[in-house]
Ligand binder design. Structure first.
Ligand code: TXA
Ligand code: MG
Length: 351
């Protein structure tokens, strides 16, 4: 299949281009498009066949449900059989924006879209191209991140092209995304809402609007299938991973630096290409082949925005082993560490 690549910027959406994309979606095809979090791979959410195509293009297991993207809050009543008060409050506070809510699904949502679950994930993206595409096509758009399953999520159209060129009808290039990590997912089907995936809408922000919210314990721990299986099926897979082996080193920063430098010396002697993920404050202290800084340690938003791009750059440079510093904090740092831990397959060395 030839993939048509269209550049559509938020500040100059041309109706003919948008029409082409909308027509593809209406006829059951797939279009990758920018959102404020990461690029999504869109198909008609109420078409079982389109969902199947999405799984195939991504190489994704079909028990991993898709998020439905909407442009109008009224859609909630059509997609969910119950819309609790807390859902109304959250959507008023954070939509359009990087928050996905899980509700009990209406029967019109096909099993293909929800991976057979009785619940449905819904979000209204805060991106003019995404919203215009949903409106123009007149459908609800199911969209997982537009990467090959297991790879880092795409934050630029080039990443989507790397993974999906030739496999889908169209890629809309809207430039680099604003946030760089996927939306926060909160399950509202339980008495106390639970965060299933941390994102830039933090626990504190949610609690300000609806009171007590819990965190799925699987978020920062290795999930031992029976013990703490994550409630978002997608969170159980190895994810976001670079091709090289990624190892996180945790401890006092001086110790982290000397440990990593010792490892670099040993591995380089054996002809292994080593990389380091660090920050501006400490980047000059390493002696690796390839050193990538995520920016200032205190600027979590910048770190979130660049993380996936840097993981993909290591792939291009064919780095075989990557050591990373830690980025824990209560808020956005949670989302960053959640992705980094998964990318590392939970390999953490304490020093
Ligand atoms: O920011 C985002 O959310 C991006 C953009 C494109 O909107 N989308 C995204 O989709 O990250 P995806 O498919 O890569 O991740 C969706 C996550 C998966 O972990 C999936 O298991 C979970 O949402 N999920 C979807 N429906 C669910 C449901 N009914 N119950 C629990 N988890 C669900
Ligand atoms: Mg994904």
């Amino acid at each position: 299949m030839k993939t048509n690549i269209e550049i559509i910027q938020s500040n100059q959406i041309k109706p003919e281009q948008l029409n082409k994309a909308a027509t593809i979606l209406q006829s059951g095809g797939l279009v990758a498009f920018p959102t404020e979090t990461v690029y999504g791979l869109g198909g008609n959410a109420l078409d079982d066949l389109a969902a199947k195509k999405i799984y195939k293009a991504k190489g994704r297991p079909s028990d991993n449900p898709l998020i439905i993207h909407i442009a109008d809050g009224a859609a909630l009543d059509e997609l969910a059989r119950e819309v609790p008060k807390k859902a109304k409050k959250l959507t008023e506070a954070f939509w359009p924006g990087p928050l996905t809510i899980i509700l009990k699904k209406d029967k019109r949502v096909p099993d293909g879209t929800t991976g057979g679950l009785d619940t449905v994930a819904i979000r209204m993206p805060n991106h003019r191209v995404a919203l215009a595409l949903i409106e123009q096509s007149g459908i609800y758009i199911a969209a997982p991140s537009a990467n090959t399953s297991g790879r880092p999520s795409p934050t630029r159209a080039e990443h989507v092209i790397e993974d999906l060129d030739g496999k889908i009808e169209m890629i809309i290039d809207g430039g680099p995304v604003g946030i760089g990590l996927e939306s926060t997912i909160v399950d509202l089907t339980e008495e106390v809402p639970i965060i299933l995936r941390p994102g830039s809408i933090t626990k504190t922000m949610l609690e300000e609007v609806i009171g007590k919210v819990e965190m799925d314990p699987a978020i920062l721990q290795k999930n031992i299938e029976e013990d703490i299986a994550p409630k978002a099926p997608g969170m159980k897979y190895k994810h976001y991973a670079p091709k090289g082996e990624l190892i996180i080193v945790e401890g006092a920063i001086e110790k982290v630096i000397s440990f990593i430098n010792e490892r670099i010396a040993v591995l380089s002697n054996n002809g292994i290409k080593v990389g380091v993920i660090t920050t501006d404050e400490t980047r000059d202290k390493y002696k690796a082949d390839i050193i990538k800084s995520l920016g200032k340690r205190t600027d979590e938003q910048a770190i979130a925005k660049i993380l996936y791009n840097i993981l993909r750059e290591f792939d291009k440079l064919q780095v075989e082993v990557i050591y990373s510093e830690c980025f824990y904090s209560n808020e956005l740092g949670y989302a960053i560490m959640n992705r980094l831990l998964k990318a590392a397959g939970y390999q953490v060395i304490q020093v």
